[in-house]
Design a protein around this ligand. Structure first.
Ligand code: KIV
Ligand code: ZN
Length: 392
């Protein structure tokens, strides 16, 4: 029987660590609402100890997006009491809050970053989990730099924090150093031991893309027993980024017999989410990026076009409709009325504006249409973002 794979989205935390990609509170809430429509299981909404602005943004997301029990809201803490308190006080407003904490396990982190012994770091981690557990039932522990850690120390840490109450164990390839066969092997060994110890605990992975292997490593982990994947929209994140949600999900769907697993992602919301994140964060998507790049579904060579006309599957492994692309995009002009503009906004997922708010956005649209003549979907995102900025 196909296994469910949990999707943990960290666009609003690891993704927001990209220089220049900081969002304001309105924008974070809008992205979180879109992630909920997309069907992610867990939203990591920020790092509340980093600033009061981020604390309030996480709190608002917990209240307004976490108000149903089909989604968990979390935020990141280091294994220190003040960070854990900040996470608890911001996420506790959600129906299903989760505390996520991180502490390194590699020699480089233990000795060089913290200047402590392995036993000291282990004790700090266990005490932090016990404290978090006294606040909330769900606690995730991330063994930072797991892929460069000594296996037996990594396992000793996992065993101890699970005994202390951690309900999810996240295994990060923090610097994108792993390669698929090796990472799959690591997950297989950890999974065997973890399921023997406590089969209720979820095993998760968090892969970075420094060598361009984040998606491949994540998929290798799924094949080897991981229950949960951490991803970002468009693969944004620290340095070369994280595993791209859309790539992992579409690979699982397209090659389903290889993975025998499913997610709750509504793939038709992928393009809306990608464009919203790209526009609000000011991060262009590489044109040839898998799934969400502008050319991902474009066919230019004559031979390919001829083949497609004869049979689409000659050069198409995914229908653009599956990821939420229309076969055609209507181009709006100053003559397009309110109805057409409202309809285009709704198709992009903006369906909660009041009449008054819509009028203001429509004025912005007319101003842009006068100037540019033709208004495309990416322009609509800019109009909405301007509206949020002016009303913030
Ligand atoms: O890359 C990393 O190790 C992280 C952890 C906080 C999970 O982002
Ligand atoms: Zn990371």
């Amino acid at each position: 029987m196909a296994r469910k794979i949990w999707v943990f989205d960290t666009t609003l935390r690891d993704g927001e660590q990209v220089p220049g990609a900081k969002l304001n509170q309105f924008e974070k809430l809008e992205v979180a609402q879109q992630l909920k429509k997309l069907g992610v299981d867990i939203i990591e909404a920020g790092f509340p100890a980093s600033s009061t602005g981020d604390f309030h943004a996480v709190k608002e997301i917990a209240e307004k997006v976490g108000n149903t029990n089909d989604i968990m809201i979390t935020a990141l803490a280091r294994a220190v009491k003040s960070d854990i308190d900040a996470v608890y006080n911001s996420v506790k407003h959600a129906e299903k809050p989760l505390i996520h904490m991180v502490l390194g396990t590699s020699d480089i982190h233990v000795e060089k970053k913290f200047g402590k012994s392995k036993n000291q770091i282990l004790d700090i981690g266990v005490e932090a989990v016990k404290y978090a557990k006294s606040l909330l039932p769900d606690v995730q522990y991330s063994t930072e730099d797991a892929s460069r850690s000594d296996f037996e120390y990594l396992w000793k840490t996992i065993e101890a924090v699970v005994k202390a109450g951690a309900t999810m164990i996240n295994v990060p390839d923090t610097v994108g150093y792993a390669e698929p066969e090796e990472f799959g092997n690591l997950i297989c060994r950890l999974n065997d031991r973890l399921k023997n110890l406590n089969d209720q605990v979820l095993l998760s992975v968090h892969c970075h893309n420094d060598l361009g292997m984040a998606t491949a490593n994540t998929l290798a982990a799924i094949k080897n027993g991981a229950d949960k994947v951490e991803c970002t929209i468009n693969g944004i994140g620290e340095r070369a980024g994280n595993a791209a949600l859309e790539e992992v999900v579409m690979a699982m769907n397209t090659r389903s017999t290889l993975y025998n697993a499913y997610t709750n992602i509504n793939t038709q919301e992928i393009m809306n989410t990608s464009r919203l994140v790209s526009s609000f964060m000011g991060l262009d998507v590489q044109v040839n990026k898998a799934i969400t790049g502008e050319n991902a579904f474009a066919h230019s060579s004559g031979i390919h076009q001829d083949g497609l006309l004869k049979s689409r599957d000659a050069y198409e492994i995914i229908s653009p409709i599956e990821v939420g692309l229309d076969d055609m995009e209507l181009v709006l002009t100053a003559r397009s009325g309110r109805h057409a503009v409202k309809n285009a906004l709704e198709k992009l997922g903006f369906d909660t504006f009041t009449d008054l708010q819509f009028e203001e956005i429509f004025s912005g649209f007319l101003a842009m249409a006068d100037e540019k003549k033709e208004v495309y979907n990416h322009d609509l995102y800019i109009i909405v973002e301007n509206f949020f900025n002016e009303n913030n």
